[in-house]
Design a binder for this molecule. Structure first.
Ligand code: 57M
Length: 359
């Protein structure tokens, strides 16, 4: 909004020209989202307490989690509010990709909210049924997939890391691929959010990494130099990514161990859905498996655990899945598991960035 209000004044007052620059608006989107979280955080946590929106802890989890009972949850509402407000303030509102990101972020947040609400109000111990939740997620992801497929400016080629000349064109299959990436990312982040700061840390690192991917993809000269797909208009996603990274840091201030608030499915599904969509829009789809490697490992640990449990009639590969619980039950203190996962996440982000040169 600020761009549309102030940049036109640069004809008279040249210093308003600064609002043309994506980098400046991305920096201030980051700071704005962070400040909103800092200002509203304490009030919001108190509000959740007063409304008795507290986490129910499953009996069959690690014993150390029982003390978390009643921790305010659905903190994802604060993240989404900060991101949407900051993006509307600092991004160009005539950019289609900004609106796609806002629709996906709020859409997945609504699905998560419904799940959280049903669970918290005791209306259903499992929240939304898995079938209904997945159906809503697929519907939203399909909307994005078809919208992009029908957009003449968007290619249905997939970028293969390390191989600049291999760009398979999936045709309408790209819609299926996009749905898989978006829904997969949403549920992977959801599974990972099982320790204080364990999801928001890597997610923030991922948004900061895709901030760079968006900037490079939207800049013709840089895209040509790096020989990555040029996506006209994708540069504006840098502002959204800045807002997400800022909100992530702001939420981490309260979600860090010992957490004062959990994000809830309203947050985890939304962050994951946004991350998956960013990977599609910036044409760095497969690279998300590296940048978001923590989320992949968490999900694969569950698939292997459940699969082997069924095949071996009750045997387990891990002490407990997802894998963060395995380390907890191995005697690692919760903060140690969390910070080590953050360190691995940073290493994966650096490796992913290096693939832009190793191709
Ligand atoms: C999402 N939710 C956390 C919180 C957060 C198939 C199976 C792997 C599914 C999986 C599952 O239920 N996943 C749901 C994970 C939950 O966190 C809430 O959920 C939101 C995210 N969706 O925002 O509101 C618990 O996680 C802890 N937590 C923190 N700090 C945070 O900042 O400590 C969350 C955020 C919270 C809190 O204790 O209550 C969760 O873990 O449920 N199931 C599991 O992950 C369970 N694993 C399991 O059943 N493993 C079996 C299967 C695979 C055969 C096995 O290994 O044998 C574990 N989770 C729990 N108890 N709570 C273990 C049992």
């Amino acid at each position: 909004m600020i761009y549309h209000l102030l940049y036109p004044l640069s004809a008279t007052y040249s210093y308003f020209n600064v609002f043309r620059y994506i980098t400046l608006r991305a920096i201030y989107a980051t700071i704005t989202a962070l400040v909103i979280c800092f200002i509203l955080g304490p009030w919001f946590i108190e509000k959740l307490r007063n409304l008795q929106i507290g986490q129910h802890i499953r009996e069959d989890g690690p014993g150390s989690h029982l003390s978390k009972k009643g921790t305010p949850t659905m903190g994802g509402i604060l993240i989404i509010f900060s991101v949407v407000a900051s993006t509307l303030l600092w991004a160009r509102l005539d950019n289609v990709y900004t609106w796609i990101m806002l629709v996906v972020t709020v859409g997945f947040a609504c699905i998560g909210f419904a799940d959280d609400y049903l669970k918290l109000r005791g209306l259903s111990s499992k929240g939304l049924s898995g079938r209904k939740r997945l159906a809503a997620e697929f519907a939203l992801a399909l909307f994005v997939g078809f919208f992009l497929y029908l957009n003449p400016n968007f290619s249905s080629n997939v970028t293969i890391p390390f191989f600049k000349r291999i760009l398979p064109d999936l045709g309408w299959g790209y819609v299926v691929f996009a749905v898989f990436v978006i829904v997969g990312a949403a549920n992977a982040v959801n599974l990972t959010d099982g320790l204080d700061g364990l999801a928001i840390g890597p997610a923030t690192i991922c948004f900061a990494t895709y901030l760079l991917f968006a900037y490079f993809a939207g800049n013709l000269k840089i895209a040509a130099y790096l020989q990555i797909p040029y996506v006209a208009g994708a540069g504006e996603l840098t502002v959204f990514c800045g807002a997400m990274a800022g909100a992530g840091l702001g939420f981490l201030w309260y979600n860090s161990y010992p957490a004062q608030i959990f994000m809830g499915d309203v947050g985890s599904l939304s962050l994951g859905g946004a991350l998956g969509t960013l990977a599609i829009l910036t044409k760095q789809e497969i690279l998300l498996a590296i940048v978001g490697g923590i989320f992949v490992v968490e999900t694969v640990s569950v698939i292997f655990q459940v699969g082997w449990f069924k095949m071996s009639h009750g045997k387990r590969i891990f002490r407990m899945a997802p894998i963060h619980h395995h380390f907890e039950l191995n005697g690692w203190a919760e903060p140690k598991v969390i910070v080590r996962f953050w360190i691995v996440s940073i290493i994966l982000a650096l490796l992913a960035l290096s693939t832009l040169k190793i191709r």
